[in-house]
Design a binder for this molecule. Structure first.
Ligand code: XMP
Length: 503
């Protein structure tokens, strides 16, 4: 594997993504958590950083401890640290260098630069620049403003690049990272197929004859985890699917059928009434979340108690949930989310077969496992479901209205081939009524808001420019077919400052 040392750059995860895109396994670790043993590590990448090498607070390691032992690539701050620690000069750039730049020379004989065009466009993002290389370092690429855009240390498999090959705007960045992987000698050692083979083998060893329970949500991660686990331990896996009554129209039924086709051993529990009862009159979004989260755990726990000898809880945790990342305060943050605090309550050991994968890799594994594409390419859907898309209090009647409107919107999206072009979409029921006219009658009914966004990771999102014609058709269809709605609006806010969900 390749190890990426994180010095706090916003693009560290992107480096990981690119390496994985090249079918090569890598892990991201905080800069100060280099493992004692480098067994199995075939190369190291030093990430960028929000700091300058001269900052007192800068994240520092002694690079000489790793230099020369393994192929090493420093990116931006990583490259500057290599230079700085070897006695070269790093200075504030005359003008901060952000954005696209074109190489104007490049040593294509160098193994890192193989296949990179002389005038390739690269992405710069730095305040400091390398003004003098230490003795023995050799320049291998320059731009007009940055003479030392890339360098190597001869007789040592060490390179530094001032630009960001991981950024999309570095047009041939992927070639460069691919070259580095070739230098490490491990290109293509990861594929969905090899992942499945190895994981199934490991799960068999880890679990033996033990019994596992898993909460299915209908989403990609829990579904793929379940199929992998069932490949390994068959019917020793029991899945529980809780219908809180706040799913999309007919979703519970459809998902259960899908799971049956996949040969999973699933207990479906319809707990709608319990949830509607507990949510009655509750309008605060956070309180709704708490009630739904707790209700979910209670139902799950009750079902689990009926089963005997369960030792493990399976979860669909994925890599971005557990990457320890360094932020500007120097603190290591670990954002581990698990299904509403289940493990704490149940005293079970955790098994998380997808915890080394990024989302798109989970999808590739799912498809390789023969899972249905519609299950794999489903839009994200919040755990509390329509509960946070009905603004204000929730009643079964409002759930019915929203389900019908949402179903029309989503079906039309599929029909028009728009579903796969959108990151996430759905309808929202607003708690206001307005006046309309239908036939000769005045109406006074609810408003439906339509939402569609494009995003990469849900951290930021842009509203989708859906065609007017499409919106017109959806609006017409909803107002004509859904009793209780006489107005439709389209949400044109992006995140930030708005959020994807309305609650
Ligand atoms: P926001 O609204 O914060 O949503 O922009 C970002 C992403 O998270 C989803 N989301 C949730 N998912 N439980 C979940 O499991 C929740 O309480 C929750 N709230 C928001 C949202 O659908 C979007 O994909």
């Amino acid at each position: 594997k390749i190890l990426i040392l994180d010095f706090g750059s916003q693009t560290t995860q992107l480096i990981g993504r690119r390496i994985r895109d090249l079918n090569t396994y890598c892990e991201i670790v905080p800069y100060n958590k280099l493992p004692q043993s480098l067994e199995g590590v075939k190369g190291i990448i030093l990430s960028g950083s929000p700091y300058s090498v001269y900052d007192e607070k800068a994240f520092k390691i002694d690079i000489s401890a790793i230099r020369g032992k393994l192929p090493l690539l420093g990116i931006c701050y990583g490259a500057q640290s290599l230079v700085h620690q070897a006695g070269g000069k790093v200075e504030p750039a005359e003008s901060r260098e952000y954005g696209r730049a074109a190489l104007h020379s490049c040593d294509s004989q160098d193994p890192l630069m193989k296949g990179i065009d002389q005038h390739s466009v690269v992405w710069m993002s730095h305040g400091d620049t390398i003004t003098k290389l230490p003795e023995g370092f050799e320049v291998i690429a320059s731009t007009e403003d940055v003479p030392n855009a890339a360098f190597r240390i001869p007789n040592e498999q060490t390179w530094g690049v001032q630009f960001h090959p991981e950024a999309h705007h570095s047009e041939q960045g992927k070639i460069l990272l691919g070259n580095f992987i070739d230098i490490c000698g491990i290109r293509g050692n990861w594929s969905p197929k090899s992942f499945i083979e190895q994981t199934v083998k490991e799960l068999k060893n880890q679990l033996g004859n033990d019994k596992v329970i898993l909460a299915l949500s209908g989403g990609v991660d829990s579904s793929v985890s379940a199929v992998l686990l069932s490949r390994a331990i068959g019917n020793n896996l029991t899945c529980i699917f809780v219908d809180h009554g706040l799913l999309r129209k007919n979703e519970a039924k459809k998902v259960l059928e899908d799971y049956e086709h996949l040969g999973l051993n699933v207990i479906g529990v319809d707990a709608s009434e319990k949830f509607y009862r507990e949510l009655q009159g509750v309008t605060d979004p956070e309180q709704k979340r708490k009630i739904i989260g707790k209700g979910f755990i209670d139902v799950f726990d009750e079902e689990a108690k009926k089963l005997k000898d369960i030792k493990w809880l399976g979860q669909g945790t994925i890599y971005p949930d557990i990457i320890e990342s360094v932020n500007i305060t120097g603190m290591v943050i670990k954002s581990h989310h698990n299904v509403g605090g289940l493990p704490e309550k149940m005293n079970l050991k955790l098994v998380e077969p997808l915890k080394t994968l990024f989302k798109d890799e989970v999808r590739r594994v799912g498809l390789e496992l023969g899972m249905m594409p519609h299950l794999i390419h489903r839009h994200p859907f919040p755990g509390p479901g329509l509960g946070i898309r009905i603004l204000g209090d929730i009643t079964p009647e409002k759930v019915r209205i929203l389900q019908d409107a949402d179903d029309i919107y989503m079906s039309m999206m599929r029909e028009e081939g728009l579903y796969d072009k959108v990151w996430q979409a759905g309808a929202i029921l607003l708690p206001i009524k307005s006046v309309g006219v239908m036939g000769d009658e005045r109406t006074y009914e609810y408003t439906i808001a339509l939402r569609a966004v494009n995003s990469v990771d849900a951290m930021s999102a842009d509203w989708t420019r859906l065609p007017y014609e499409f919106l017109a058709k959806v609006s017409n269809e909803i107002i004509n077919k859904v009793r209780g709605v006489n107005r439709c609006v389209y949400d044109i806010s992006s995140k930030p400052p708005s959020t994807i969900e309305w609650e």
